[in-house]
Design a protein around this ligand. Structure first.
Ligand SMILES: [Zn+2]
Length: 485
């Protein structure tokens, strides 16, 4: 009697505690709030998909056993538990907790044929570490991913991304290709997939959270301190339109942790651009692009080049006679920064995501039209950055690049919402869900114009403006866009 009361009391206490703990970022002693996978772990834990250990730890960096993964996968997908009291595998204890979970995923997570001659039994090896391949293939099978259309092209997809794609068994490649394409999992920083490597508990949480997001779009809080050395598990793409008054500056955190800066605002906003990037925990920027040599785009570059280790600097074949432009060139020389002149069709990164410069397609008189138009694609999501390109460039893009490639989820509206950009024809090709106008309050140019705002509204875009919304951020898991901040 007494024992039962204690058990009931413990259950109530556990309920109370799980309620109060969920108010904090993480429920585990060994998962700091600022750990890169904390949002994933917290999300899955709050939904009952994963749990920690009795001592309040989660052991995020421990390997996942195959039986543990079977349970996580069943919990995440809602696959019905098996009530069978027997097992098709020779090495399972039918009295163990794992039986209903492993029996639930026999079709998706097969066991191993014995290699001993004469032994026809099949083994599950429940305590073996789950490999990256195990996790990916079983996940995609649970998602009822249809292989048939992918067999011919998965090799081509994978060979672009992973040096070691041939070590992935041929029948598994379509699953891996699709999972990578959807952003559920990625390879290592070295460009390999390492399919036979074990996967850790926190990595599995990232994979499952991406594949089974919480209802609503913002399923996971953005983490701004994800270290570069995270070997596997892509983070979401994050794009920030920094409020630099009348000017442009966009900071992009790519799914593999690399970073890109497009423009840096005027000189008097350079310190804010630097502070914003520093605030996200970055001291270097892999790719910096100056879209065109106007002060409201390159003014802050000198401070950026002074403040950050820059991988490669990109600029168009366009000159300006201003001091601002000369200062930037002098700083590039002084710091000996690798500087590349952009060309139309130049792809500077390709793999799980693609960064491509779409212009120049012509020669133009107006410096605004020398703007490098940048397309960043991640999974099925596209961001299009127009710089100050005007309708001449828009028309050339429609003609030379084509509407399909211009379709974007988020459009950085050309030339601060000036009426010289954003024609209805162009917008009907881009069909942006979100249109961001980088603009200063009460600017002397009358940006953005009524005409542009009307065109954007007619195109069905939700308009965000840095003068009224401040810095605007978006996240993408390759499969959907959500607002940050
Ligand atoms: Zn401008």
């Amino acid at each position: 009697m007494r024992k039962r009361r204690i058990a009931a009391f413990a259950a109530v206490l556990a309920l109370l505690c799980s309620g109060c703990i969920s108010a904090f970022a993480t429920a585990f002693y060994d998962v700091p709030d600022d750990f890169w996978a904390a949002p994933y772990i917290t999300s899955l834990e709050s939904r009952g998909i994963v749990s920690g250990y009795g001592d309040g730890t989660f052991l995020p960096n421990a390997n996942v056993q195959r039986c543990e993964y079977a349970k996580m996968l069943v919990n995440a997908s809602g696959l019905p538990l098996s009530t069978a009291r027997t097992s098709p595998y020779a090495d399972l204890n039918v009295n163990e907790w794992y039986l209903p979970y492993i029996n639930a995923v026999t079709a998706q997570m097969p066991g191993y044929q014995s290699t001993t001659p004469g032994d026809t039994r099949i083994y599950f090896k429940p305590e073996d570490p789950a490999t990256r391949e195990d996790v990916t293939v079983a996940l995609m099978r649970v998602l009822n991913y249809d292989l048939s259309e992918y067999y011919p092209i998965s090799d081509a997809l994978l060979s672009d991304v992973f040096y070691d794609y041939e070590s992935i068994p041929k029948q598994d490649r379509p699953y891996v290709a699709e999972a990578v394409k959807r952003g559920y999992i990625t390879g290592t920083q070295q460009g390999t997939f390492e399919g036979s490597d074990p996967i850790t508990r926190c990595e599995v949480c990232a994979v499952l959270c991406r594949a089974f997001p919480e209802s609503g779009t913002a399923y996971v809080e953005p983490q701004d301190n994800m270290p570069d050395e995270i070997a596997s598990g892509l983070s979401d793409l994050r794009v920030y339109f920094i409020n630099v008054g009348q000017g442009d500056s966009e900071f992009i955190i790519l799914p593999d942790g690399k970073t890109m800066l497009i423009d840096a605002g005027t000189a008097d906003h350079g310190d804010e651009v630097c502070a914003f990037i520093n605030g996200l925990g970055y001291s270097g920027i892999d790719y910096v692009l100056a879209t065109h040599p106007h002060a409201d785009h390159i003014g802050g570059m000198r401070e950026v080049l002074d403040g950050f280790a820059v991988g490669t600097f990109y600029m168009p074949d366009a000159l300006n006679t201003t001091k601002t432009f000369e200062n930037m060139l002098a700083k590039l020389l002084e710091k000996q920064i690798n500087t590349v002149r952009t060309e139309a069709g130049m792809i500077i990164a390709q793999g799980a995501y693609t960064i491509e410069f779409l212009t120049p397609l012509n020669t133009y008189d107006d410096i605004n039209n020398s703007s490098v138009v940048t397309r960043i694609a991640y999974g099925s999501n596209v961001f299009l950055f127009m710089g100050d390109a005007e309708k001449e460039v828009e028309n050339d893009l429609l003609r030379a690049v084509g509407g399909d490639k211009l379709k974007a989820d988020v459009l950085k509206v050309g030339h601060h919402g000036s009426s010289s950009s954003s024609t209805p024809q162009f917008l009907s090709a881009v069909r942006p869900a979100y249109a961001v106008i980088s603009v200063g309050a009460g600017n002397e140019y009358g940006h953005p114009t009524e005409k542009t705002l009307n065109n954007l509204a007619s195109a069905g875009a939700a308009v965000l403006r840095t003068d009224t919304d401040g810095t605007v951020g978006f996240g993408s898991n390759g499969n959907g866009i959500y607002r940050l901040n």
